[in-house]
Ligand binder design. Structure first.
Ligand code: PLP
Length: 387
């Protein structure tokens, strides 16, 4: 039997998560491992990452937690910890993740009330306010900042205060926007903000981070029924530093990677500006070449989404690009087969990487006889240099 080296990425990962992992993060992942439960240095090390997260998101009284599981674990833990049987939960839905949150609510005994709107545009704050004027008897609400399968970006700064004014707690999925777009908990006061390691932070998949505010902790403390999960349980993790005890062994290698990835972000003051310019230039290139963006407003700086052109398929485009060394993504849910997604977040939000990727996309679309009215790479580069 032959033994293989670990699986290597054989192409440029231009997907909206996971993203390319920087070399210094990969080096940090390979540092010697400790025993996270018994090594007294591991508690302040973990706490240090959490305090940096709190500072980065301008937390006032929110506490950061790190859970050992991909972004979905953080989401599930938020829903598991907040939901009590019988809770009515308002599920804001204008995308695949938005709608999917209803499943978590149901799973933990709550009653989801879907507020479903056009997935091509961001949620309208005035319409939400009008809806809540009729009915605001909700234990909490869930919403998504960037709904990645469509790329739609909701204005959480406008939506959250409307919910809070009605006394409704909020869970915000910011997995694919955070670290690529500014989020300020002072102005966007989510009661629980959910983050992941493998999107704009550009660490490998495997960790969830959450910022949890006092009103959310208070709802958990007032529960009449126990949280129906050991692993997806926020209070269980809350006092790890005070108690010098984790409910389960932390993945020390992943935390080393997270520490380095976060250092990279903290040392990169132009990070949001870079994402903004690159996103704008990618959209300009797509539109100038005659491709059609999925959304008609509310574009995220982390991902661009365009319709699969007439006469070809997402598979043909994705396979063609992979053969040329670039991995893009199709989509899923109600968007399956309909769109192509270009991730330009974190380590992928670099001029050279995006230019290379667009050159490949241009070539592959040409091979598939999709007529383009402009050169994707050229428009991208000229837009970037003029911005
Ligand atoms: C990536 C992502 C998650 C985490 O889920 P995956 O298993 O990585 O797909 C959650 N929410 C959003 C909006 C995401 O983009």
């Amino acid at each position: 039997m032959t033994r293989q080296l670990p699986l290597q990425a054989d192409c440029s990962i231009m997907t909206p998560g996971p993203t390319q992992v920087a070399e210094n993060v990969r080096a940090a992942l390979s540092l010697p491992c400790t025993n996270p439960d018994l090594d007294p240095a591991f508690y302040p090390f973990t706490r240090g990452i959490c305090s940096d997260l709190e500072e980065f998101f301008h937390a006032t009284d929110q506490e950061a937690l790190i859970l050992s599981g991909e972004g979905i674990l953080g989401l599930e833990a938020a829903f598991a910890s907040l939901t009590e049987p019988g809770d009515r939960v308002l599920v804001l839905d204008n995308g695949v993740y938005g709608r999917g949150n209803a499943d978590f609510v149901k799973l933990y005994g709550g009653t989801p009330v879907l507020y479903s709107k056009d997935p091509h545009v961001p949620l309208d704050p005035a319409a939400l306010a009008a809806y809540l004027a009729q009915d605001h008897d909700f234990a909490y609400a869930s919403l998504v900042h960037c709904d990645t399968p469509s790329g739609i970006l909701n204005d959480i700064g406008a939506l959250l205060p409307i919910l809070h004014r009605c006394g409704i707690l909020t869970v915000v999925d910011a997995v694919s926007s955070a670290f690529g777009m500014p989020i300020d908990l002072g102005k966007e006061p989510a009661d629980i903000l959910c983050l992941g390691s493998q999107k704009a932070l550009s660490a490998p998949p495997g960790l969830s981070m959450l910022l949890v505010g006092p009103a959310a902790w208070d709802k958990m403390a007032r529960r009449k029924t126990p949280i129906a999960s050991f692993y997806a349980n926020l209070p269980a993790m809350r006092d790890y530093f005070k108690k010098q005890w984790f409910p389960y062994t932390m993945p020390s290698a992943d935390l080393n990677g997270l520490r380095q990835a976060l250092n990279n972000v903290l040392n990169d003051p132009g990070i949001f500006e870079r994402h903004r310019k690159i996103a704008k230039a990618v959209r300009k290139a797509l539109v100038s070449s005659g491709l059609t963006l999925y959304e008609s407003a509310g574009y995220s700086d982390t991902v661009s989404v365009f319709l699969v052109p007439e006469g070809t398929t997402d598979r043909a485009i994705l396979d063609g690009c992979r053969k040329e060394g670039v991995m893009f993504a199709g989509s899923f849910g109600f968007l399956s087969g309909k769109v192509i997604r270009i991730g330009h977040m974190g380590e992928n939000a670099r001029k050279e990487k995006v230019a290379d990727a667009l050159r490949v996309l241009d070539k592959v679309l040409g091979d598939l006889h999709v007529p383009l009215q402009a050169d994707l790479e050229q428009v991208f580069l000229s837009e970037l240099s003029s911005s």
